[in-house]
Ligand binder design. Structure first.
Ligand SMILES: Cc1cc2nc3c(=O)[nH]c(=O)nc-3n(C[C@H](O)[C@H](O)[C@H](O)COP(=O)(O)O)c2cc1C
Length: 309
């Protein structure tokens, strides 16, 4: 299947494993997905520079295929992480939370393709004006940071595809080949799945986190955090307490609670369990390469079904 994204990045299938703090902050998941012909993305946000550097080396040893790195540009460690990524001449940058203008020229000079994560029409147009190679568009269903506007992937991707002239990777709400086909039908050039890849042995989160994703239904997530930058989490004791608190207490509670608590320590009752609505579509833990092959088969099935209607 050829799209503007498969051509731009040199990948076989228009399927991305999303950057997920902790869950994809390791080499094995990225290597498995890139070797399967997709785009594996390392989430550098929570990583210490030395770990990031050695993980990049492991990935470069583990795959000769393109892979991506996500760096939130507003992260206090971003300058160091960016220097390491630049020195490693990473094939693909998936930048989030900040403007790309300053960094683009030096990454372009070493051959990196730059995709920018956006969650609004305004930011999509700004990123296009800054000269990025493509966009990742996050809709409301997504785990992590969905748009503050809560516009769904279905609507936002369609709107942005019509508003800009750039390849678009749709993100949020797809957990299988049918979901991927649906977003490609909207005009996306590739589709990114996050939560689905948490339920793999390679994802570096505690087993309790994976079990919480399997147990969740589609209505078991909720938004918490600042209004301009909410995060989507599985409902638990923390989210209940958050919603029952006043604004000042919410702020303190939000700051005192972490994703790490759930992801590394396995405290899925009191930590932040970031996950998308797709948690309700996921029933099994499958090795990432096997999962990827299944997604490709399901995508073919969905295309055949549509063609036969
Ligand atoms: C546990 C988790 C952590 C995430 N961390 C990041 C991150 O560090 N950087 C980022 O740009 N997006 C992050 N996201 C968002 C994903 O990249 C992606 O947009 C989202 O998972 C897509 O929605 P889905 O989970 O429904 O597939 C995270 C999502 C999850 C579920």
């Amino acid at each position: 299947m050829k799209t503007r994204i498969t051509e731009l990045l040199g990948i076989e299938h228009p399927i991305f494993q999303a950057a997920m703090s902790w869950a994809s902050s390791n080499a094995p998941l990225v290597i498995a997905v890139s070797n399967a012909g997709g785009m594996g993305i390392l989430a550098a946000g929570p990583m210490r520079p030395a770990d990031f550097s050695s993980t990049l080396k492991q990935i470069q040893d583990g795959t000769k295929k393109p892979f991506g790195v996500n760096i939130p540009l507003n992260n206090p460690r971003a300058p160091e992480l960016l220097d390491i990524a630049h020195a490693a001449k990473i094939p693909v940058m998936v930048a989030s939370q900040g403007g790309p203008k300053e960094q683009l020229p030096r990454f372009r000079a070493v051959g990196t393709k730059w995709l920018h994560v956006v969650a609004s029409v305004e930011h999509a147009k700004k990123a296009q004006a800054a000269g990025v190679d493509g966009l990742v568009v996050d809709g409301a269903e997504a785990g992590g940071h969905p748009p503050a506007s809560q516009v769904t992937t279905m609507v936002l991707v369609r709107r942005i595809v019509k508003a800009v002239d750039l390849p678009v990777v749709a993100s949020g709400g797809a957990a299988d080949g049918a979901g991927i086909a649906a977003l490609l039908a909207l005009g996306a050039d590739a589709v990114q799945l996050g939560t689905r890849f948490i339920a793999t042995p390679e994802a570096s989160v505690h087993d309790s986190y994976k079990q919480a994703v399997l147990a969740a239904d589609v209505h078991d997530t909720t938004l918490v955090g600042p209004r301009h930058l909410p995060i989507r989490l599985l409902k638990n004791a923390f989210t209940e307490k958050f919603h029952a608190s006043g604004a000042a207490d919410q702020d303190a509670l939000y700051k005192a609670t972490s994703l790490k608590q759930a992801a590394l320590e396995g405290d899925v009752a009191h930590g932040k369990v970031e996950a998308g609505q797709t948690a309700g579509l996921i029933d099994d833990v499958v090795p990432a390469g096997e999962l990827f092959a299944r997604l490709v088969r399901e995508l073919d099935d969905a295309r055949r079904r549509l063609a036969s209607l």
